[in-house]
Design a protein around this ligand. Structure first.
Ligand SMILES: [Zn+2]
Length: 453
């Protein structure tokens, strides 16, 4: 039984799909104007795990994650780079897909692009105008928030607070300060498409509503994304789709927490944004993925120097246990503890603890028949988490790290002590060799290990 925390009800609910024969999920994808950062990777990894869990339970799961390739941020970036807009969006779409592949993320069923779906967007806007949920003013089409009394039901923000709380300068043609843009005019230098309201381009929110309708249907089971999307993006998507389709947009709204850096919000002004493309020069995708799973998805995840070291060391440990059992043929396994943890609102920290426990059992097992059974469990568990998918030898050969900091050395020493305590002498020797290769010699004394450069 799958349980998920629904932002809509603010409760953990039992997942009951609208149609169990065809489960649908949509996750808001990237706006392609720069390289994705670690915060963009978190929802992609979390919903990848949820996709695998759903596919294991239901006969058909349709998962769509869009690419937003029409946006003012894109136009600004292209102007700044003096680059053609479609070149820029193509370049960053490819970079995003490569980063996702590097994180071991399986392809969603559909990856629709806004530029391929303009006619569906125009159709939905026309419908909203026809039903008096939208109006044309000053070459723009705007959603009339007052026409939808339930506006605010996702974010739990009250309409009157939204109106009085609006601090930004309000365009004079808006009936209401919280009315938002569905269509806006484009000048000759800006991408535009012909429409009943003149040459222009869509607003961000309507893009998702139209692509959800086209690829998944009027009402979907799961709508996901980062918690920063709850308001206004998901609130606005919900308003548009509910009014145009006369049915709910999503039964379960799932949102992940932020990734912080040394407990600070990542931002351009603090210059602390961690770009995946930079991170992958130093760490492998699987380690980045493992680190992203270390906190529960609804909690903030703090990224610091030790986050990656711990992830890398944990994987080295797990792979070395697999290497010790490389000749054992795994027995096919049924539902495991990791799956039970993931079914419980995608509890990845507990799932990792269960995986460790299985790995320890494998390490302790004496008989080959038992080893074979436990190895089968370990491999099934690691499939759902999307880790331990490589040949152990291949992984461990590449795990030597260059130029270690004191903190990293102490971390490795701790890992080695743990390996020795668990009688995993092969791993302990490997860490000693790794340290030696980096010019660090170690000496075991009574209760502690000392090291020198
Ligand atoms: Zn969206």
């Amino acid at each position: 039984m799958l349980k998920l925390f629904n932002t809509f009800s603010k409760k953990i609910e039992i997942f009951k799909p609208i149609n169990p024969e065809r489960v649908t999920m949509y996750v808001c994808g990237p706006t392609v104007y720069n390289h994705p950062h670690i915060g963009n990777a978190r929802p992609a990894v979390i919903f990848d795990i949820l996709f695998k869990i759903l596919k294991d339970i239901y006969p058909e799961v349709i998962y769509a994650r869009n690419i937003t390739d029409v946006d003012d941020k894109i136009n600004d970036a292209a102007k700044k780079n003096k680059e053609n807009i479609s070149n820029l969006t193509q370049r960053y779409s490819t970079a995003y897909e490569e980063d996702m592949k590097n994180l071991g993320i399986i392809q969603p069923t559909f990856i629709p692009k806004v530029t391929d779906n303009i006619s569906s967007i125009i159709d939905m806007i026309s419908k909203l105008v026809e039903l008096n949920h939208a109006y044309v003013a000053n070459n723009h089409v705007l959603f009339d928030v007052e026409s939808f009394p339930k506006y605010g039901e996702i974010s739990k923000l009250k309409q009157k607070d939204l109106i009085s709380g609006a601090r930004i300068e309000v365009a004079p043609y808006k009936k209401n300060s919280s009315d938002f843009v569905l269509w806006k005019p484009s000048d000759n230098d800006t991408p535009g498409w012909s429409s009943p309201w003149g040459r222009g381009r869509p607003g961000w929110h309507i893009e998702c509503s139209a692509m959800i309708k086209k690829f998944l249907g009027n009402s979907i089971d799961i709508h996901g994304g980062g918690q920063d999307l709850i308001f206004p993006h998901h609130e606005n998507e919900n308003a548009q789709s509910t009014c145009a389709n006369n049915s709910i947009l999503a039964k379960y709204w799932i949102h992940n927490g932020f990734v912080t850096f040394n407990k600070k919000k990542m931002s351009k002004s603090l210059d602390n944004i961690i770009i995946l493309n930079d991170l992958k020069n130093k760490y492998r995708g699987e380690s980045i993925r493992f680190a992203l799973l270390s906190a529960h998805y609804r909690q903030p995840l703090d990224w610091n120097d030790t986050t990656m070291m711990n992830a890398e060391n944990s994987l080295n440990n797990l792979y070395s246990i697999l290497l010790n059992n490389v000749d054992i043929k795994p027995k096919i396994s049924r539902q495991t503890n990791v799956e039970k943890n993931l079914l419980n609102d995608i509890n990845t920290p507990e799932a990792i603890a269960s995986l460790y426990s299985t790995a320890r059992d494998l390490q302790k097992a004496k008989k080959n028949s038992l080893k074979s059974e436990i190895k089968g469990i370990l491999l099934r568990e690691s499939y759902f988490l999307g880790i331990l998918q490589k040949e152990p030898n291949e992984w461990l050969q590449k795990s030597d790290l260059l130029s270690l900091t004191d903190k990293e050395i102490n971390n490795l020493i701790r890992q080695r002590s743990l390996a020795r305590k668990n009688k995993n002498f092969q791993e302990a020797d490997r860490i000693r060799k790794n340290l030696l290769d980096n010019g660090i010699s170690i000496k075991d004394e009574k209760d502690e290990t000392r090291w020198t450069r």
